[in-house]
Design a protein around this ligand. Structure first.
Ligand SMILES: [Zn+2]
Length: 309
């Protein structure tokens, strides 16, 4: 954690980085019998253009202005989820870790899990929506592997593991330096955790009412997590959608390895969530990201949930 501590002075956020920080970093809700805790890993800030690579620049600039957002840098929230069901404790995605110093505000999952009373050794399962560094990096932080239980099961789509053996970046639009880190972190993850991987094909039930389903698109093995219990539902969408996606589902994200397919996946998911009216949680929507999807003309509307405290 040395690197993370070293950048403490650069953050404009109030409070100390640690269990007693003054920033809200967790949000709890129930889905039937299932306990859900959204935990923020922090914020990453890639160049703003990566959020809408095929948008008309003037239209995108207007959208940013309408949303009261700056034009140069788009802050992406980085949410992870802990799900408790049937005696299993499932961590969905693991945040950025500390290997990418350009994003000093992220990589906070370790102490925020601790602050939420969750010991790494109690986690029985990890589900990875995909293997980009902002989703696996937290597992690569020094000392984390040793604190996780030896019988930890890590669920990831077989297609995702296959993809990262020889990843194709030809249709992405991200800085080359980020591509290098993505390749490196995915390889390191596969090497360090190979014996604990539990690859699945299209769908797998991780715990009672907790299923992971491959969507593809963002990456070939990108998956979403569906929770169903006692008539309640919730979907964790991973990187299937972004803050721009409700009004502009056809805008490509620079991190998408197959942007056309990612768009199809996104539209299908948004239509479905609008129809079921279930709550949605997603990695890069502003914390805690709990919201609903409504249809709005040809596109969609993002309806944040009322904070329940
Ligand atoms: Zn991501």
């Amino acid at each position: 954690m040395k690197k993370a501590n070293a950048v403490l002075d650069n953050t404009s956020h109030p409070g100390r980085r640690g269990p007693d920080e003054l920033v809200p970093s967790r949000y709890a809700l129930k889905v039937g019998e299932i306990d859900v805790l959204v935990i923020s890993d922090g914020v990453i800030s890639p160049p703003s253009a990566t959020m809408a690579t095929n948008a008309d620049p003037a239209v995108y600039a207007t959208w940013l202005d309408d949303m009261f957002l700056p034009t140069e840098v788009f802050d992406w929230a980085l949410n992870t989820v802990v799900v408790r069901s049937g005696g299993r404790i499932v961590l969905v995605d693991a945040g950025l870790g500390v290997e990418y110093p350009d994003f000093p505000r992220a990589g906070q999952l370790g102490h925020r899990l601790e602050a939420a009373g969750i010991d790494l050794s109690s986690v029985t399962d990890v589900v990875l929506t995909h293997m980009h560094m902002d989703h696996v990096g937290g597992l690569l932080v020094d000392g984390v592997r040793e604190r996780l239980r030896p019988d930890l099961r890590i669920h990831v789509a077989a297609a995702e593991l296959k993809f990262w053996e020889s990843p194709d970046f030809s249709r992405t639009a991200m800085p080359p330096s980020i591509q290098d880190v993505l390749r490196r972190s995915a390889r390191q993850f596969m090497n360090e955790y190979r014996s604990q991987l539990r690859p699945f094909g299209e769908e797998h039930e991780v715990a009672p009412g907790v299923a992971v389903t491959r969507t593809g698109g963002h990456t070939p093995g990108h998956s979403v997590v569906r929770l169903v219990s006692g008539g309640d539902r919730l979907t964790f969408a991973g990187d299937a959608l972004f803050p721009v996606s409700f009004e502009h589902p056809d805008w490509h994200n620079g991190f998408e390895h197959d942007p056309e397919e990612a768009t199809r996946v996104r539209v299908r998911l948004l239509r479905e969530l609008a129809a079921t009216r279930e709550p949605l949680v997603a990695t890069h929507l502003p914390f805690p990201s709990v919201c609903h999807v409504a249809v709005a003309g040809d596109a969609f509307r993002w309806v944040p949930a009322v904070w329940d405290y």
